[in-house]
Write a protein of this length. Sequence first.
Length: 494
Amino acid sequence: MKIEMKSISKSFYGVQVLKKVDFTLENAEIHALMGENGAGKSTLLKILTGVYKRDEGTILVDGVEKVYNHPIEAEKDGIVFIHQELNILPNLTVLENLFLGKEIKNSLGVINKKKMEEKAKTALKTLNVNFPLDMLAGELSVGKQQMIEIAKALLVDAKLIIMDEPTAALTEQETSLLFNVIRDLQAKGVSFIYISHRMEEIFEVCDVISILRDGVHVMNKKISETDFDEVVRSMVGREIGDRFPKLTNTPEENSRLEVENLTKKGLFENVSFYVKKGEILGVSGLMGAGRTELAHAIFGSLKYDSGTTKINGEKVKIKSPIDAKNHGIAFITEDRKSEGLILDFSIEDNILLADANHLSKFGVLKQSNIEKRVNELIKKINIKTNTSKQPVKSLSGGNQQKVVFAKWLQTKPDILILDEPTRGVDVGAKKEIYNIIIDLASQGVSVILISSDLPEVISLSNRVMVMHEGKIGGILQKEDATQENIMKIATGGN
C-alpha cells in the first residue's frame, strides 16, 4: 500500500501541532517515523486513520484521495493502527479482546468460538507466545497485553500496519521475534509505519526514516544513508552529547535494603539480594521472569507467601504501598497512564498525590508552600509546561513520566524502584531521566532499575541482577555486565 500525505496541517486550541507536513510511504516499505514526544507523530497518523480531522492537506491511498471519518473506515481499507496506549479491556478474556467487534459468526448469526480459537492460536503462534485464550487480559503483564495488540493486527488482512512503540514492554528476544514477523509480512507486500524511540530498532528493521520536529517534517532519508548522531540532531535540533551519562554515584558499604528468600508461588521463588546506599541495582530478564511482580511484592502491592525484608538492617513488614511509603520506598510503575497518574488532574495535583504532608504545618496545607515546592520540582526535573495547573493528559509522554518522578520525589524516598522508567520516552527526555536517576543515587538514594533495554540497564547500573523463570540467575558486577553475559543468564545458561 502506498500512502501520500500532502501539506497536512492541524491545530488544537489555537496551537499548531502540524505545519504543512508531507509524508510518503511506498508499497512494502518499513518506514520509521521519529521525533521527540509532542513533535506531532501520533497526530499525523491519527489524521491518516480518521481519529482526527485535518485542517488542510490531502491524503492519497494507492493514488486515490481518501477522507476517513473513523478508524473503522481506514481498517476496511487495510490500515491498522496499533496505538502506544493499549486498547485492552482487562475484564474480557484474551479471545474476547482479540475478536472484540469482529466476532466470527455462522450463517445463523451464532458466534463460532471454535473458529475464533483456531485463528487466535495461529496468530499467537506466529508471535511465538502461548497463554490461555480464556484467561482475563487484565491478569497479563503489560508486555503480554502488547502481544495481544500485535496479534489483533495479524487477524486482519492488513495492507498497512502502523506500530506506535510496539516493543516498549518487550524484551530483546521478543523484539527479535516481532521483527521476524514484520519482515515476513513485508515480503508478502505489507507496508509498515514504525514509531519508536529505540534507535537500535530503527536501524535494524526499517528501510526509510522521516523525522518531525515541532510539527515540521525536517528529514527523510534511507536508513543506510544516515546515522545515530544525525537522527538525534534532527530530532532535538541540537547536540545532546553521549547517549548515556557517566555514573557519578559512589555506593556506600552499608546495605539499605535486604531481601531474603522472598517467594510468591508461581511468580518468583527464594529471591535474595541487597541494595547499598547510593547504589543503582539494575534488574534484567525476559518477560515473565518475575521482575515486575518482585517489585510489587517489595512495595506491598502484591502479597507474597514467605521471605523477609530488612531496611537499614532491621526487619520490616510491608503489607501495603502506604507501609512502603512510610518506610521510605517509592515505586514508579511500568504503566504510568493507569497506575502512576490521574490524567484529568493537573500537574500540581498529581505531584501531591503520593504525599502532601511535607508541605503542611500543624496538619494544614498552605497554598504558597504547595506552589513553591511544586514549581521547584517542575524546574528541577525540567517538566515542559507554562503552569502547574495544566492537565497531565495534555503533556507529552516524556513530560508525563517526569510528573511521576516529581510525585515520588515529593516523598523524599530512601529507596526508589523504577520499572521501565523510559518506556515510550524520546531520546532527549531519556537523557534527562537518566541524569535524574544518577543524581538521586549520588545523593544517597538506593535505586532498583528494572529495564528491558539492555544498553540502558548496563550503562546506568553499578551491578546487574538477572532473573530467569522467577529466580535469580546471577548478579553481575559492572565490569561483567555485558549484553552477552546478561542474555546467557536470562535464557537459562550458566
